[in-house]
Design a protein around this ligand. Structure first.
Ligand SMILES: [Zn+2]
Length: 499
């Protein structure tokens, strides 16, 4: 049977950012996601945990899911020595400057479909996505503006948006004030981001998702970030944070209803997934008010130390060298930008004697990872631990605090193989419950330890998905391609068309 003769069926993937499998279970038990509960209890769906890999950040996981390839994506933001620039996502994204080096020869999951509010264009018609052009692909002009116009011209949608937006503003503002009065931590920047995502982005994304289904586009990937933003602002276990999931649940219900009622007659399979989880945090500077950059600048006289999402530490006179420090929650990369290649341990020891052990001796640091002639090494206050396989007992005991040692060792070795990783890679300390965070957030992710490494994949039981061996979000790509192709009637084993 040819693809053209088969009945039209598409795939909708709903990306719920930052929701771990454990917090999804809590939300279901507490009744915050009644529609998803119904999918599981009566419609034959199951929620499976999987491992996203390290770093536990959206750029890494989403690249894996959309392209099946997340190599050289070491963090949410990083210093690219080759291009001499900070690569970052979100507003003011600079990924476009280096995008041509990524995903060569890959066919994106959403090719010819819609990729809504994602960090990558992924070969799809862009809707609120990034504004760069992918290699070899003169993309269709940004459809985001068109979608916004349609959104604002629809009075029913606009009415619900204003009604919901008003409630959300009131709810988030009152939660923030309550947190302040109770002297709980609430990360201010993230409260603003939370309001913006809750009120504006969630609704635009939902509108664009339903519109793309209405148009019968074959593959649609839609990202919802409100839970992640709320968890950064209030913490992943805060009752308010879980309540946010009610809106996502109602969006999933709307999408499920639209399956049958869209005018093109295309039916959709629906998959819901997350990219990473979150854990509660302790701020790095809590002990003495000094950030990591502050410590580094004291140990590196003459160097200018720039923290991305932080401060700049300058010395008097012309600096003799520059250090760029990039943070993603409990993960930090430290780059000596005057050296064009990544420094190995021997180089670091001869250029900056004692620096590695000084950083590792900080009680807020879980481990420092550096390159060496072999498979890399972790340095802590207690000593050094080779990442060579099979693992020695000492390394095994260290890694056990964070996750299954053999899996974690492979994930760390891969991160350590990236040319874009820092000369030093730092992981915040983790006590089994909370991680030390380099950024000012109540909930964090990006590092190793706890729920941040364990997101979920929710699909039909009849697909017999096995996520027990998934150790990298890129392992989801072939699974989703198979669901997509089966839905569209493409014979298994035949190549997806790269329109
Ligand atoms: Zn996040």
């Amino acid at each position: 049977m040819s693809a053209a003769a088969s009945p039209g069926k598409g795939l909708v993937v709903i990306h719920v950012d930052g929701l771990s499998h454990a917090r999804l279970q809590a939300a279901l038990e507490q009744g915050h996601m009644p529609f998803v509960s119904q999918l599981i209890e009566s419609d034959g769906y199951e929620a499976l945990p999987y491992r996203c890999g390290v770093p536990s950040t959206t750029p890494f996981a989403q690249a894996g899911i959309l392209f099946g390839d997340n190599s050289e994506i070491p963090s949410y933001r990083w210093w690219d020595k080759q291009a001499g620039l900070l690569v970052a996502f979100g507003s003011g994204s600079t990924f476009g400057h280096v995008a041509a080096r990524y995903f060569a020869g890959r066919v994106p999951l959403t090719v010819g479909g819609a990729c809504i509010a994602a960090l990558y264009r992924a070969g799809a018609t862009d809707r609120f996505g990034p504004t760069y052009t992918e290699r070899h692909r003169p993309d269709e002009h940004d459809a985001g503006g068109r979608t916004i116009a349609a959104f604002l011209l629809n009075p029913v949608v606009l009415y619900f948006w204003i009604r919901h937006g008003g409630f959300s503003l009131f709810r988030i503002a009152s939660e923030y004030l309550r947190a302040r009065f109770a002297r709980r931590r609430a990360a201010d920047v993230y409260v603003i981001a939370d309001i913006y995502h809750e009120v504006v982005v969630h609704h635009l994304t939902r509108f664009a998702l339903l519109q793309a289904m209405e148009e019968g586009l074959p593959t649609i990937y839609a990202c919802f970030y409100t839970y992640d933003e709320a968890a950064h602002a209030f913490g992943p276990t805060d009752p308010n944070t879980l309540r946010i999931l009610r809106h996502i649940d109602s969006t999933i219900r709307l999408a499920a209803r639209r399956r049958q009622s869209n005018r093109t007659g295309v039916d959709y399979e629906i998959v819901i997934l997350s990219d990473h989880g979150q854990v509660e945090t302790i701020p790095f500077a809590a002990a003495d008010g000094r950030s990591l950059g502050h410590h580094l600048s004291a140990w590196l006289p003459g160097y200018q130390v720039t923290e991305h999402r932080g401060q700049v530490f300058m010395q008097a006179g012309e600096p003799s060298g520059r250090v760029e420090v990039t943070y993603s929650g409990g993960l930090a990369h430290v780059y000596f930008t005057d050296v064009p290649k990544r420094l190995a341990r021997n180089d670091l020891e001869s250029m900056f004697p004692g620096l590695i052990s000084k950083v590792a001796a900080l009680d807020r640091i879980g481990a420092v990872m550096v390159r060496d002639q072999s498979d890399g090494v972790l340095v802590t206050a207690e000593g050094e631990f080779a990442l060579r396989l099979p693992l020695v007992a000492g390394t095994r005991a260290l890694l056990e605090r964070f996750d299954s040692p053999d899996v974690l060792a492979q994930q760390l070795r891969r991160l350590n193989s990236f040319e874009t990783s820092g000369d030093l890679i730092l992981f915040g300390a983790y006590d089994g419950l909370r991680q030390v965070n380099f950024e000012d957030q109540v909930g964090g992710h990006g590092s190793i330890g706890g729920d941040q490494l364990h997101p979920f994949l929710l699909g039909k039981k009849e697909w017999t998905l096995d996520t027990s061996t998934v150790t990298n979000a890129s392992d989801l790509y072939p699974m989703l391609v198979a669901i997509r192709d089966r839905a569209q009637g493409v014979r298994q084993g035949s190549k997806p068309t790269g329109r």
